[in-house]
Every structure is written in C-alpha cells, then in structure tokens.
Write a protein that binds this ligand. Structure first.
Ligand code: MGD
Ligand code: MGD
Ligand code: SF4
Ligand code: MO
Length: 721
C-alpha cells in the first residue's frame, strides 16, 4: 500500500509517497518517494524526508514512558508516568507558584498538529511566565520587527519566489535548509526557474554556501554586520533618489525618520566593518531599485546575531522603499486556509507589544509571550522568590541547541523535577524524571497549520495517519498534563476536556462547534478552523484531495492585513530605532579576531536525526571550516585537530580547510555532541561530533529580542595538543 503524507520534518511541506508492506515482522516502510502529484512540491524530496521510514523503525526511539526510579530512567506504564508527574508538579506549584515551573517547546512542536494545538492548552493551564521556545535561538527578531511594522508578530512577508525578477538573500542557505520563514518545496528548482525567466539572485553570506555557488553574485560579508550593509542600501536609495513607494505611498508612515536614521551609514562608512566595498554596496542598491519586481529575504544568519532585530527590520524597510511589498513578485503576505494569525488584523488594530513582563534574573523582555532561552540557566540556578524548580520540555533539545549549554546542563541537574515530552532519550531528556514519548510522523495525522502561513503559494494539504500505533496521541498526553496542573488529577475525563477545548476554539473563531460533530482532537479543531477560514473549506474537502488543494498564488492584502494602531505600515517604530546607536558604535569597532558562525547540513535536522544510519553515513561532517590563510597563520592543516575556545567553553574539533569561507571566520554546524552518558541513541553516539553551543555565549544577545548570538561569536583557535 502507498500512503501520501506531508513531510513534517522541515518547513518545506513536501508531499511524500510512502510504500508500506506487510511482512512477518509487521508493517514496514519499504520505500519513500516524492509525491509527483503533490500540488506544491511536485515530487521533490530531500534525504531527511527519505528517512521518514528509518525514523519510524528506529529501535532506539522510545515506545513507552520512562520514569526515574532509584536514580535511573526505567520503562513504565502510562498510568505510572502520569502518577509520578501528579505526585510532583502540583506540589511545586502549590508551594512555589506557577512561575516555578518552566516550559521549553522545541522546533518540532511547531511541525506537529497535536503539540501545536494542544501544547498551548497545557501551557495556558500551567500559567507560567517562564515560557521558552527555540524561537529565541531562531526567528524572534523577525516577529519583533514584523510586529512593530505591520501590527502582528506573524505578519511576516515572504518573497514571492515564483514571480520575482530579483532576489536579495542574506544569511540563508535554502539549498541545504530547504527554506525557512519561506515555505517553498524545491528551492533549487524555484531558483533555477527564476534565472530561466531572466531574473537574478544575489547572496550575502560569509561563506560561499551551496546557494551562493549557484547565485549570480555572492558578497562575503563579515558576520554580524548585515544591519550595517542593509542600512547602507537604504542610504543609497535615499541619496540617489531611488525610493519609489508606488502603491504603498498611502499606507506608510515614518519614511523621513528612516531617511534620517540612515544618514551615518554611507557605503564608505560601513565598508570596513562589513568587509564589502562601497562600490559593491552601491551596485547592490542600484540593482535592487532597478529590478522590475524584487524581494529581499533574510534568514538565520541575519536573526541569530547581535543586530538581529535591526537586520530583520531593514530587510522589510527595503521591501517597502522599493515599492515591492505586497505586490506580485515582491514580498507578499500569505493567506492560509486555516489559522492565519493576521486574517482579521485590520478589524482589531491592537498594535504589537513586547516586554509585557521580564525575566527575573537578567530583566530580559518577553517577546511573543516567551523569554530568552539564553537565560533559563540563570532562572534555575539563582535562588529567590520565583526561582525555576521544575521544567517541562516539549520536542526540544536545548542541551545541544541553546547557548552556554554546559551551564544549562548543570542547571537541569539541579531541578527538583523535570518532564520531557520527547521521542528519544537524548542530551536533554536524559535529565528528566519522566519522559513521555509520542507517535512518529507516520503514526499521526498532519496539517501544517503554522508553515502554510508563510508559504509562497496558498495551499492546504491534510495527511491522515499512515500507520497504527500503540502510543497515545500527543494531544491526549497534553490533556492529561492539563488535568494534572488544573487539579483534576492524572485521570481526568479527556473527552470532557477535549469538548471544552473545542468549545473555546469555536467561540474564538465564531463558528458552531457542532459543525465538526463526529470528530475529536486536532481533527475537530482543524475542521472548525478551516470552516472559519477565508476559503470556505472543510476537513472533508481536504480528505477528498490527498495531493493537496492549491489555492493559488499570493494576492495583495493591504491594508486589511495591517494590525497597527495607525492602520499604516510603521516604517520607523520607536522601539527599533532606539537600538540604532548601538549599531552606530559598530562602525568603529576593530575588525580583528576570529568570528564563529554556524551552518546546516542536508542530513541533519538540528540535533535530532543523527540516530538514523542513512543520514550519518560517510565522513565526519562535524568539522570546523576555515580559510587557508587562517589555517596557515594558526598552523592548522586539513584533517588535523583544532582547539576552539570562547568565553564560555573550549572544544576540540576536526579541521576542514576551504576557501569557501571568508578569512577571519570559522564555521561549525550545531546539533552535534552526542557522546554523553545516559542517552539512548546508539547511532548518534557513534557519530557524536562536538557541541558548538558550548562555545556560544549565553551573555551575547540581540538586545531588543533577547535572541542568542549564534553567528559572529568571538573565538580563539589553536592547534590541539
Ligand atoms: N549554534 C547554533 N545553535 C542553534 C542553531 C544554529 O544555527 N546554530 N539553530 C537554532 C534553531 S534555528 C533551532 S530551531 C533550534 C532547535 O532547537 P530544539 O528545538 O531545542 O532542538 P531540536 O534539535 O530541534 O530537537 C528536537 C527534539 O524534539 C524531539 N522530537 C522530534 N519529533 C518529535 C515529536 O513529534 N514529538 C515530540 N514530543 N518530540 C519530538 C527530538 O527527539 C528532539 O529531542 O536550534 C537552534 N540552535
Ligand atoms: N537540512 C537541514 N535543514 C534545516 C535544518 C537543519 O538542521 N538541517 N534546520 C531547520 C531550521 S530549524 C531552520 S531555522 C532553518 C534555517 O534555514 P537557513 O536560514 O537557510 O539556515 P542555514 O542553512 O544555517 O543558513 C544560514 C546561512 O547564514 C550564513 N551566515 C552566518 N552568519 C551570517 C551573518 O552574520 N550574515 C549573513 N549574511 N550570513 C551569515 C551561514 O554561513 C549560512 O550559510 O533550516 C531548517 N532546515
Ligand atoms: S525538504 Fe523538508 S519537507 Fe521536504 S522532504 Fe525534506 S525534510 Fe521533508
Ligand atoms: Mo529553527
């Protein structure tokens, strides 16, 4: 039999065709191919998607809960696991308050309908201010800038890739990552098509990445200086009279403030810090302005850096000043079939607020309801009222993914109680007292509620579970946890709780809950959400279209998409301008010393797919790349061992000498370092690599958003031994 599933392993939402055969050992996945008839991905697949069967069959994957007894995590029944949680969590809340329990939700929780819809039910019932996610090692600066400019943190424009003539891409390597905050399966095909229709794309990256290799131009910028470059582009647009708001004129406030703010950032002024010539910068600006239809797109290299919010803001300032926002071939706002957060923005105009509360120890601001993961260790280890004493991690591995990970691991060891909702016993869940596993992507239904809101085409695709499972669905796990923290105990009536959740959802959406009669769990919530959506779809419509429903190319959405109090695009939000003086100081900072950046790899999914043999085959990928001139100066050779140190840590790592990287920069991938006691990931442990986040400094943050600096970390490098 062949099952059609939407791959939930990254943001590209590819359609897969999974062949499942019955044999003596039960049902086995025997082949995984791209679904040629998928309305969005047209057959595209990557090595991770091809490993979805290996993930399902991985013998190390957890199939029962684990409960710590006499210091050791042992297999337990579900009732034992929830009883153990009930015996600990409510007591901690009663004695120390709700903020004493922290939550960390990791990346896959966004790609999973159960955690995306029912995780928040639990988080809300828990009511803690100590809520953390992988967002503060990722995209929070973009929410910050988009929220202030457009009125909602999820009103993020996406490059209209299939129709643009000119794409300026900074700090992204979509040929490897397959795109982010830009849902677009087959990035290689789409970029090729751009060039075939006579368009150009330009990459700004300290490394000649795979994407840079096929680009029309590559500018090897010094890490962390994108905001300077972007400001200089803005400066040139004003200086050369190239600002052309066009259809946006009536919708923009703050143009003159941006002009004034850009004054110091001439191409000549930013050239030394960025490492790019003034002539090249002028050329980029002119080319952008001259293009018929253009889009600027920045990703992780521009967000997880010291000026992440300023850079994220300036990306969209350029989209506005060139008149490319909200028009075909420019940067547009998707309108998803379900859950589009800004679908009714124009009707509320509440504006966007951050810093509604602050972290206890370092006073760092909340953004999008979360606090910076870089300060979780502080909150656990600093005594006083409000100290974090318990932690629930959901589909996250902060011990490898967060900065200052040595300190974080020490802090987790001090907790009174920890629960991990996770499918593996890994670097983080090994600290837990109870581990609750969930079904694999093939054992659960799927619909990409979040990522369709960022897609280059409006599409909708429903995936029923392809395989049966003995594991309870994760939405029920969250309802049981909800019952526990609500004082209903570990055996609350799940059907009644679910009824309540659906009723609340229906109220919010303004639809009759009875419309989804006969459905429960995420199916019911999704059905209601689709019915309330802009396309008059139901879940039954999607069930009848296994290759997906194509709702067409992106369409202009101004001014209704705006939720700012003024009803305009706020081009110069005061909270963002307040950070410009910090950037000005960068103009004169010395540029010596080595800077560490990160990279992604086709066979990795952040920290967690290294236990699948097909994805770790071949030579050790966890290397430090550096330029031949730096290698010669330091005395390192390809294949040798280097010692890399920063304020927070010291590692030894294999050296890879390559002229793809800019001199003065070293690159190490994240998500490695699997050789720790107490993990149950035999393949990953045999391909351990080293954890680069031992070097990432939990004190280095983008000031406005609290997002960690994972690119541009000062390091020292020497031969090891
Ligand atoms: N130095 C450096 N660090 C980085 C980055 C970088 O570029 N450089 N990138 C950052 C980014 S962008 C991100 S998003 C973060 C990711 O950081 P995290 O989200 O903390 O880490 P992941 O590696 O995605 O870990 C996912 C966890 O979810 C579990 N899991 C997978 N599927 C499921 C499921 O269906 N249910 C449940 N319950 N669990 C599941 C896995 O076993 C794993 O433990 O890393 C960040 N860290
Ligand atoms: N195969 C694979 N795919 C993934 C993931 C994975 O782990 N593996 N992770 C997923 C996740 S969670 C995310 S968030 C996305 C991220 O998707 P992308 O943002 O495309 O991530 P990367 O591939 O890390 O590309 C970032 C690029 O930024 C460059 N860079 C580093 N510092 C700077 C800087 O200061 N300025 C500029 N201009 N560039 C810089 C790096 O050299 C690198 O080429 O990928 C997703 N897709
Ligand atoms: S690109 Fe992403 S969505 Fe597509 S197959 Fe690979 S992991 Fe899955
Ligand atoms: Mo991410």
């Amino acid at each position: 039999m062949a099952a059609l599933v939407t791959c939930p392993l990254c943001e590209a939402t590819c359609g897969l065709s999974v062949t499942i055969d019955d044999d003596a050992a039960g049902r086995r996945v025997t082949a995984v191919r791209g679904d040629a008839d998928d309305v969005f991905s047209h057959g595209f697949i990557c090595p991770k998607g091809a490993s979805i069967g290996a993930l399902h069959h991985d013998p190390d994957r957890l199939r029962t809960p684990l409960v710590r007894r006499d210091g050791e995590l042992r297999e337990a029944s579900w009732d034992e696991a929830f009883a153990a949680i009930d015996a600990a969590l409510p007591g901690i809340v009663a004695e120390h308050g709700r903020d004493a329990v922290a939550v960390y939700a990791g990346n896959p929780s966004v790609h999973n309908l159960a955690t995306a819809l029912y995780g928040p039910v639990f988080y809300k019932a828990l009511g803690t201010k100590n809520f953390y996610t992988a967002g503060t090692v990722d995209q929070i600066p973009k929410h910050f800038s988009a929220g202030h400019m457009f009125g909602h943190g999820l009103t993020i424009p996406v490059a209209d890739l299939d129709r643009t003539d000119h794409l300026l891409l900074l700090g992204a390597n979509p040929l490897v990552s397959n795109g982010s905050l830009l849902t677009a399966p087959d990035m290689r095909g789409r970029l090729r098509a751009l060039r075939e229709r006579g368009g150009r794309f330009v990459v700004v990256d300290p490394k000649r990445s795979r994407t840079a290799e096929i680009a029309d131009a590559h500018h090897a910028i010094r890490p962390g200086t994108d905001a300077l470059l972007l400001f200089a582009l803005v400066h040139v647009l004003f200086a050369e009279n190239l600002v052309a708001l066009g259809h946006l004129s009536a919708h923009v406030a703050g143009v003159e403030e941006v002009r004034a703010a850009s004054a110091p950032f001439t191409p000549e002024a930013v050239a030394p810090a960025t490492g790019l010539s003034a002539a090249a910068i002028r050329g980029m600006a002119r080319e952008l302005a001259a293009a018929e239809r253009a889009a600027v797109y920045g990703r992780i290299g521009t967000t997880t850096q010291a000026f992440g919010t300023l850079a994220s803001w300036l990306v969209d300032v350029l989209n506005v000043l060139t008149g490319n926002l909200d028009r075909e071939g420019g940067a547009m706002f998707p309108l998803a079939a379900a859950g589009q957060a800004n679908a009714r923005a124009g009707r509320s105009r509440k504006g966007f607020a951050t810093g509604r509360w602050r972290s206890r120890v370092r006073g760092l601001p909340e953004v999008m309801g979360e606090l910076p993961i870089a300060t979780l260790a502080d909150e656990i280890t600093t005594p006083g009222a409000g100290q974090v004493r318990a932690l629930v991690t959901v589909a996250g591995n902060p011990c490898l993914s967060a900065p200052g990970s040595a300190r974080l691991a020490e802090a987790l060891a001090q907790l009174d109680f920890m629960v991990s909702v996770d499918i593996y016993l890994n670097e983080t869940s090994r600290h837990a007292d109870v581990v609750l596993p969930g079904p694999t992507p093939l054992e659960r239904p799927h619909y990409d509620l979040v990522l369709y809101q960022l897609a280059v085409r409006n599409v909708a695709n429903w995936t029923p579970a392809a395989l049966p499972t003995d594991l309870p669905p994760e939405w029920q796990t969250f309802l049981r946890l909800t019952g526990i923290v609500s004082g209903l105990g570990p055996n609350a009536d799940l059907a009644a709780l679910d009824e309540f959740v659906a009723g609340e959802q229906a109220k919010r959406l303004g639809v009759d809950p009875a419309l989804a009669a006969g459905r429960t769990g995420p199916e019911r919530l999704l059905d209601l959400t689709l019915r309330a959506g802009p396309y008059d779809l139901t879940l039954a419509d999607l069930e009848a279209a296994p290759h997906g429903v194509d709702l067409g190319p992106l369409r202009p959405r101004l001014p209704d998409v705006l939720g700012t109090a003024s009803g305009k695009i706020e081009l110069a939000p005061e909270p963002i301008l307040a950070d410009v003086p910090r950037l000005t100081a960068e103009l004169t900072r010395p540029t010596d010393g080595l800077l560490l950046i990160g990279r992604r790899q086709l066979g990795s999914n952040n920290s967690w797919m290294h236990n699948l043999a097909p994805l770790v085959r071949g030579s050790n990928r966890c290397t430090m790349q550096l330029h031949p001139t730096d290698a010669a100066r330091i005395g390192l050779t390809d294949g040798g061992l280097a010692q890399v140190s920063s304020r927070t840590g010291k590692i030894q790592i294999l050296v890879e000498v390559t002229d793809a990287i800019r001199p003065g920069v070293v690159s190490i991938p994240h998500g490695w370092g699997h050789d720790l006691d107490g993990v149950r990931t035999a393949v990953a442990t045999a391909h351990a690599g080293v954890n680069t986040n031992l070097l990432a400094d939990d004190r280095l943050l983008d000031a406005l958003s609290g997002t960690a600096v994972l690119n541009g970390i000062p390091v020292e490098v020497a031969p090891a031994g």
